[in-house]
Design a protein around this ligand. Structure first.
Ligand code: MTE
Length: 363
């Protein structure tokens, strides 16, 4: 195994937020071109080096802990098991952090805008099938996952509560080796990564090297120090974040946008197409409705949602509104579990899961 800079193609159209370790997000207007996000537009979040595996045939994942039959799992073993393909949106918990940061400074080197999200078709083996083979003991409650990469706090890792892994109503948790029909690239976790549909991206551990079945949540330092909900002004720790929040996000037009072909400084006026993506908070839910307002939230109209309505996947939407002068264009989502996106996001110190109405200021 050697560590190299990941292939440039994987970052081709990304906006770099951090050079080392690399973090980059999609450009909002490119993000909503396709339902399945091409790799060149798929955000990347790294906490350490990008391991490049030269000999995938000898690549082995260790499985141990509260199981009946421990054994190393070779990549070849994994590939010989029945494959499952799942479409799922991956979203960084810090997506839209810039909107918290605009209210009050967030102490984090990476201030994401709205592009730390992407939707892909993942192929791999269901984690339940692997657990079935090794026999999980009754007292087990969490599955710890650890990557090969090493960052400032050691190896990256975390854990998933066992009920999520066995939840038959939610898309399955995968040990994936393909993304959009191709082997994972080094940037996205080659040769194997976890994909936990409907959970924050941090739980989908890349370059998976160890699986530990345990009776408590992971004590990996990244899991203990990051992605916790530090509530309110005092930052009271309410524990690790797993799920997402129901969210509609405007990708176009951009704030302060001048109309195409309009003179410098002229505001956007007349018929304006507003477009974006929306996700449901619950892994089992889909987005049912997106509403758009061209008057800052006084009156609303229904946006047109795309046909695809797949649990744990985003749904793109668009609406034509009339802009008469300086205003705020606003969007909000409702999901099939009845959750309505709130006007204001609840403050948390890490700046996670911003879910206030998406607002674009028209000058
Ligand atoms: N897995 C490892 N091993 N190392 C990491 O730094 N970053 C996590 C997760 N899995 C990370 C990881 C975070 S915070 C996110 S949001 C997703 O990977 C991003 O996945 P992507 O880079 O493939 O888009």
């Amino acid at each position: 195994m050697r560590d190299v800079d990941p292939e440039k193609a994987a970052r081709q159209h990304l906006i770099t937020r951090l050079d080392d370790p690399y973090c980059g997000e999609a450009q909002p207007e490119r993000l909503i071109r396709d339902w399945l996000t091409p790799e060149s537009d798929f955000f990347i979040v790294n906490h350490g080096n990008v391991p490049v595996v030269d000999a995938p045939d000898s690549y082995t994942i260790e499985i141990f802990g509260h199981i009946q039959r421990g054994r190393p799992l070779r990549l070849a073993d994994l590939r010989s098991m029945p494959h499952t393909t799942v479409e799922a949106t991956l979203q960084c918990a810090g997506n839209r952090r810039s909107e918290y940061d605009a209210i009050r400074r967030i102490d984090d080197p990476v201030i994401w805008d709205r592009g730390a999200i992407g939707n892909a078709r993942w192929t791999g083996v269901r984690l339940v099938d692997v657990l079935e083979q090794v026999g999980v003991k009754n007292d087990a409650s969490h599955v710890w996952l650890e990557g090969q990469d090493v960052g400032a706090d050691g190896r990256f890792g975390g854990s998933i509560p066992i009920p999520r892994i066995y939840d038959r109503d939610a898309p399955p948790v995968l040990l994936a080796f393909e993304m959009n029909g191709k082997p994972l690239s080094p940037s996205h976790g080659f040769p194997v990564r976890a994909v936990v549909p409907g959970f924050i991206g941090a739980r989908s551990v890349k370059w998976l090297s160890r699986i530990l079945v345990a009776t408590r949540p992971s004590h990996n330092s990244y899991f203990l120090r990051n992605h916790h909900w530090l509530d309110g002004p005092d930052g009271v720790d309410q524990g690790p974040i797993y799920g997402l929040k129901t969210n509609a996000v405007i990708c176009t037009p951009a704030s302060g946008a001048a109309g195409a072909g309009a003179g410098a400084g002229a505001g956007l006026r007349g018929a304006v197409t507003v477009a974006g993506y929306a996700i449901a908070g619950d892994p089992r839910a889909v987005v049912d409705k997106v509403e758009v307002s061209a008057d800052g939230g006084r009156t609303w109209q229904a946006a047109t949602l795309e046909r695809h309505a797949v649990a744990s996947c985003w749904r793109r939407w668009r609406a034509d509104v009339e802009v008469k002068g300086p205003t705020k264009i606003v969007a909000r989502a409702t999901d099939s579990a009845g959750v309505v996106q709130p006007e204001v996001a609840r403050w948390n110190r890490g700046g996670y899961l911003y879910d206030g109405w998406s607002v674009v200021e028209i000058a």
